[in-house]
Design a binder for this molecule. Structure first.
Ligand code: ZN
Length: 298
């Protein structure tokens, strides 16, 4: 198999089909797990390994002071990101120019917290803007596009789109970044019941998008599917002191174990899981605004 195919296949599995972010250490496992002599990532920026014509990956990082507050300045519209050329290393920039010229698919590691990345692939360099020294990256999965895979300087045409395209089309960039940062902050556990199965967890908004809720960690809660739905339906509320409230009529109902353990017995408890770092915890003003809605509904 060709390097990029192996890389995409491996990333697809490692990230649970693109549903979770990867730490730098996990990305480093690539070499050992595939017996490869080439790694997928370098410290930052454009990575053009020796013997490759096109870049294998581009990486952006989150400055340590910006934890939990993602910047979306690089995002043009959903599915497109602009990436600035490196100031000093023209050889690396050439790796992007060639990826553009020959439609070579690459990996975009988007930093979402220090040492943690969302991997987007296959990504194509749609356009090179030489005047402002920027590359336009297409993150939409390149669905029906025929890409070329370079083996040294020999190009081989392969189709890489549809299979992996699914993960990218399904989750938009903002949503994916929001989910990844919330999951990281809550260590992939439900804030209410501490359930720890990634596939059963959502990143819930405290204030909804339509209410000016921003996609930052402090406007989020990691919740399992049941608690997310209950929160959205105002069956369950969380007050600014992180205390859980169950709507009074629900408390009176008699039903099976899900109602009893899942909801009724959670009434009056405080959140079981909140981020360790103060600046990643739910915003109290947002919780208060949202809790008002719950009280009115009850
Ligand atoms: Zn839960």
């Amino acid at each position: 198999m060709l390097f990029r195919e192996v890389a995409f296949e491996w990333l697809y599995r490692k990230s649970d089909k693109g549903s979770r972010s990867l730490s730098r250490d996990e990305i480093g496992d690539f070499k050992a797990e595939t017996n490869s002599s080439t790694s997928l990532i370098q410290q930052q920026g454009i990575w053009v390994p020796k013997g490759f014509s096109g870049a294998v990956s581009v990486t952006t990082t989150v400055p340590s002071g910006r934890q939990g507050r993602l910047s979306y300045e690089d995002v043009l519209t959903d599915g497109y990101v602009q990436y600035s050329f490196q100031a000093t290393n023209e050889k690396h920039n050439d790796g992007l120019r060639r990826a553009n010229k020959y439609s070579i698919p690459l990996i975009y590691f988007r930093g979402i917290a220090v040492g943690h990345y969302d991997a987007y692939f296959p990504v194509y360099v749609d356009e090179i803007r030489e005047t402002d020294r920027k590359a336009l990256l297409d993150l939409s999965g390149g669905a029906q596009r025929m890409g070329r895979v370079d083996v040294g300087f020999q190009e081989t045409t392969v189709s890489v789109g549809p299979r992996y395209g699914e993960q990218l089309v399904r989750t938009r960039l903002h949503q994916r970044a929001f989910r990844s940062t919330v999951m990281l902050a809550y260590k992939s556990r439900c804030a209410i019941c501490a359930l720890g199965h990634g596939r059963l967890l959502d990143a819930a908004h405290i204030l909804r998008d339509s209410h000016g809720g921003s996609p930052e960690v402090r406007n989020g809660l990691a919740l399992c599917k049941i608690h997310h739905s209950a929160y959205d339906a105002n069956i369950l509320g969380v007050d600014p002191d992180y205390r859980i409230h169950i709507r009074s009529d629900i408390l009176q109902e008699v039903d099976g174990p899900m109602l009893r353990h899942g909801l009724q017995e959670r009434d009056g408890e405080v959140l079981r899981v909140v981020p360790k770092a103060e600046n990643l915890r739910p915003n109290k003003t947002s919780l208060a605004t949202r809790f008002e809605e719950f009280t009115i509904a009850g």
